[in-house]
Design a protein around this ligand. Structure first.
Ligand SMILES: N[C@@H](CCC(=O)N[C@@H](CS)C(=O)NCC(=O)O)C(=O)O
Length: 203
């Protein structure tokens, strides 16, 4: 049995949990909920991933795999899935996944800034510049990537779907849908997938 160190709120872990369901591998992985913030990481986690970040997949032979991009690729290979198209299309899909991961990174940083950092040290300008990064990435996806999001299921769709729902979960007041009708439309459909519903924080 494999073990996934995960957290219900983590958008990176969600990519992996969605892959497990979409690839039919969920019953081969025990999910272990661990807390991790830049200030405090569980020793159970750091024993496997020196970076102390979630997600981390522990294989039956004791090998630890991280980060989310490595784990999802491993799972797709294990299941003989088709979440990764062949080159040259692959490069666009991986870049779109990286864009979604970048949105998550910036959005998670914003949460840490207000939740983890003492109030007197919060740097509002820094938080806003993270949001500018998110909006640039969303605009780029709206303009360039709707086609890739609409084809057969791939890893970029899972990453973008997880990133957008994380924005709803933590930054709902910022209204990412405004001015991005195609992306909003796509997300509304993608959110109906069983794997997305089953992995929503609080589900
Ligand atoms: N690039 C990593 C990012 C993972 C990440 O930032 N995870 C967050 C939770 S959403 C975490 O573990 N943060 C704890 C920390 O920064 O120490 C991945 O794709 O897995």
């Amino acid at each position: 049995m494999m073990k996934l160190y995960t957290s219900a709120a983590s958008p990176f872990a969600r990519k992996v949990r969605v892959c497990l369901l979409e690839l039919g591998l969920a019953d081969r992985v025990e999910q272990v909920e661990v807390g991790s913030t830049p200030l405090k990481q569980s020793p159970v986690l750091t024993a496997q991933n020196p970076l102390g970040k979630i997600p981390c997949l522990l294989l039956a032979d004791g090998t630890a795999l991280y980060d989310s991009r490595v784990i999802t690729r491993y799972l797709d290979d294990l299941a003989g899935g088709s979440l990764y198209p062949v080159a040259p299309e692959l490069w666009d899909i991986l870049t779109l996944e990286a864009t979604a991961d970048g949105i998550m990174d910036a959005a998670v940083m914003m949460v840490y800034e207000t939740r983890v950092r003492p109030e007197e040290l919060v740097f509002a300008t820094w938080v806003e510049s993270q949001w500018v990064r998110v909006t640039r990435a969303l605009d780029a996806i709206e303009q360039n990537n709707i086609g890739q999001l609409s084809g057969p299921l791939n890893i970029a769709q899972i990453a973008v779907g997880s990133a957008l729902e994380y924005l709803d979960f933590r930054h709902a007041d910022r209204d990412w849908r405004a001015g991005r009708p195609a992306l909003a439309d796509w997300q509304a459909g993608f959110a109906l997938r069983e794997a997305m519903q089953a992995t929503r924080p609080g589900a």
